[in-house]
Design a protein around this ligand. Structure first.
Ligand code: CO
Length: 136
């Protein structure tokens, strides 16, 4: 059911500084920042040959990333995202198998304009997992 690793997301308290670090030290190309109000984050994407890195900082009030940064002051790996072909099918199967889909349990449009869901970290060794539907 699970396809490719789509991206690894790293939370940072300061997106501009993190962007500079990645550009200057790792020499990678970085997208312009995007405000994702529905998800409470501001993000940039870094394309590397076999996947993407998403750097994110909290945006607006009650951002889910705010709590993460309270526990991880300098930031850290926030979630990993796998691709699936059919997100509604994935939701049905995951719920049947005991995984917890966060929010209202329905897919929302994510940072790449495609439907996404998040799975509770308690079921996956403390790691927040995102699933993103990719076209078949
Ligand atoms: Co993500």
């Amino acid at each position: 059911m699970i396809g490719k690793l789509n991206h690894i997301a790293i939370a940072t308290p300061n997106l501009d500084e993190a962007t500079k670090t990645y550009a200057n030290i790792l020499g990678v190309k970085i997208s312009a920042p995007q405000d994702q109000f529905e998800h409470g984050v501001r993000v940039v994407f870094i394309e590397i040959p076999n996947t993407k890195i998403e750097l994110l900082e909290p945006l607006g009030e009650n951002s889910p990333v705010e709590k993460f940064l309270e526990k991880n002051k300098k930031g850290g790996i926030h979630h990993i995202c796998f691709e699936v072909e059919d997100i509604d099918h994935a939701i049905l199967r995951l719920e049947k198998d005991g995984a917890t889909v966060l929010g209202d349990g329905k897919a929302k449009i994510g940072a790449h304009g495609k439907p996404v869901i998040f799975l509770h970290p308690k079921d996956f060794n403390g790691t927040l997992i995102e699933l993103e539907e990719v076209s078949k």
